[in-house]
Structures are given as C-alpha cells and as structure tokens.
Design a protein around this ligand. Sequence first.
Ligand SMILES: NC(=O)c1ccc[n+]([C@@H]2O[C@H](COP(=O)([O-])OP(=O)(O)OC[C@H]3O[C@@H](n4cnc5c(N)ncnc54)[C@H](OP(=O)(O)O)[C@@H]3O)[C@@H](O)[C@H]2O)c1
Length: 336
Amino acid sequence: MLQAAPTRRIGPFNVAPIGLGCMNLSHAYGAPPPPAAAETLLLQALDLGVTLFDTAALYGFGANETLVGRVLKPHRSKITLASKGGMAGVTFPDGVKRVIDGRPEAIRRHCEDSLTRLQTDVIDLYYLHRWDKRVPIEDSVGAMSRLLEQGKVRALGLSEVSAATLRRAHAVHPIVAVQTEYSLWTRNPEIAVLDACRDIGAAFVAFSPVARGFLTSSPPDVKALDAKDIRRTMPRFEPSAWAANLGLLDGLAAIADEAGCTPAQAALSWLLDRADHVVPIPGTTNPSHLREDLGAADVHLPPALKTRLEALINQRTVSGGRYAAASQVEVDTEEF
Ligand SMILES: NC(=O)c1ccc[n+]([C@@H]2O[C@H](COP(=O)([O-])OP(=O)(O)OC[C@H]3O[C@@H](n4cnc5c(N)ncnc54)[C@H](OP(=O)(O)O)[C@@H]3O)[C@@H](O)[C@H]2O)c1
C-alpha cells in the first residue's frame, strides 16, 4: 500500500495525505473513461490507501456522484466521502447548464439529490462549491449547518473563497476545510487563505495540484484538446501562453531527477511540505499516474531543491491567468 506517511486531519476525519479527485472520471478533461475503467481506478485508489474521495453534484451533472456512490458503497465505512452543492446542472430548453445557486432551498435540494446518487445516508464533508454572491454567505452556511443538525452531512467546507468570507462563514458554523486551486503555478492561497485556515483549525484541500496535467512528464497537447475540455477556456493553456509555460518544464524535470522522483511527485511533495494542514487531491483516469501521484507521499525534497523549484515556477514566471473572465467572477479568492 502506498501512502504509509502519517495521516492528516480534516475536522473530525483522519485522511491519508493525498486524496483522490474524482471529477475527471466523468467530466472536465475530454471524454471520460468507460465505466469499467473508472470503477477499476476508484478501487485501485482504495487499495493503494486513498481514504479521501472528492466529488460534487456538478461533475458530469450528477454522473460522477452516481459512479462514486455505486463503486464505493461497499467500502463506505472505510472512506471519507466529500461532495459539494450550491452549483449544479439545471435543465433548460436548450440543454443542461451549470448554475450557481446558494439559496437555502437550493442547498437542501442539492444535498438530498447527492445523498440519493451517492447511495449513502450521510456525506462526511459537504462543501459549498461556489459562494453565490447574491446570497449572504451566512444564509448558505446556515442552511448547510441545518443539514448537519439533521445528520445528512458530518462537517462543512467551502471552495474558492477569500479569507474574509471564510471567517464570516466560520462565525455561523465551524468550517473544517477550504478547497481551492493550489500548486506551484497557482499560489493565490499563500496571500491569505492558507493562514486563515490554519488560524481557525481548518484543512486546506488543494485542487488541481499537478496543474491540470502541466506539472507532469506528459503535459497535454493543447492543440489537440477535446472540444469540451475545460482547459480550452483557461488562459494558461491558450497556445501562446502554453508555449511559454512549457519552457519551465525542463527545469522541473531536472529538479525532480535530482530528487529521485518524477515531476508530478515533486509538485505534490512540494504541496505536502507547505504545511501539515494541506491535503492535495490530484485527479487521474490513468492507473499508472495514480500510483505515481500517490507515491509523492514518500518523497521529501531537500530544502535547496525546494528553493529552486519555488523560484522556477510561481505566479511571476507563469504566463496567463488561471481562469477566463467568466469563471473568474464566480470565485471569491484573493488573486495575484
Ligand atoms: N472545488 C473546485 O472548484 C474544483 C475545481 C477543479 C477540481 N476540483 C477537484 O480537484 C480534483 C483534482 O483536480 P484536477 O483533476 O484538475 O487535478 P490535477 O491532478 O492537477 O489534474 C488532472 C489532470 O492531470 C493529469 N495527471 C494527473 N496525474 C498525472 C501524472 N502523474 N502524469 C501525467 N498526467 C497526470 C490527468 O490526466 P490523466 O487522466 O491522463 O492522468 C488530468 O488531465 C478534481 O477531481 C475535483 O475533485 C475542485
């Protein structure tokens, strides 16, 4: 079993240091794998010691929760199951669209739907996927706290919020985790929210920790991305920015080589080393990438290599913003 490293704390849960993001088994980066391959990957993650599994009502407009619920139901007591509401698919005459809705009645409905799809009575960690800025955060978190009182969820989290919003929410009900993008090329959490999490005793769950495939030995070919691949909308993957960003990868490979690990492992180990309250959740459809990513829990970068890595890839050396304007307005994070 990989991940022999000490567990990390998320509120009432002890989790293996690296969790699994399940999103791309149903959604996001091109055609999802066939159901049998997705099932195999989830079970392999379990065998390799993953205990935190992350999904959301949004992913595949429910399909990801259905998959995770079906495959992990027999193992429910062994895992920490995290899901998210407040953003979900809504059916319109021209198809299903992603809608942010943080009103209390929407949150109640999203949670009920998630419980059904996940085939469970309770979700361990329930996040507000996006703060709906038309609704006071206190109202959305208040609705989530009632789900907790009713035994439908065990602990509360937020995603892509600022330190100020986190503190407002935490005043309504304890928040045990903030999930936000964090990696060598996305350092925004270092402005304030990482410290705010530590101050209130919350975990920081780092999503897209290998930069959606960038911080690896096989970065995507951005000219060949599937028409529905969400990276097509992201400025850093736009061909001219991407070409500049690829120029950073020889240096990453050299540092990883010196550390005796792979680029993805260097990127994940760097995150684990940032602080004990950081829990990365890489996502993959590929069994060998899964094994590689989880192996990062046993990698320790010497301080000199960490310093070189941080100087090589950071917000000043990367080209392009992380989100296009339409997605940027939906988040509440401090940005460089
Ligand atoms: N809260 C939010 O708003 C939010 C937003 C985004 C994501 N998330 C969560 O965070 C999870 C992870 O996000 P993410 O999928 O963007 O993370 P990620 O691990 O940074 O990126 C996944 C991409 O990297 C590739 N990859 C992973 N490990 C690799 C390796 N060792 N070598 C080569 N390629 C590798 C994967 O391709 P292969 O399939 O080929 O390995 C996939 O295309 C999601 O599943 C979801 O649960 C949350």
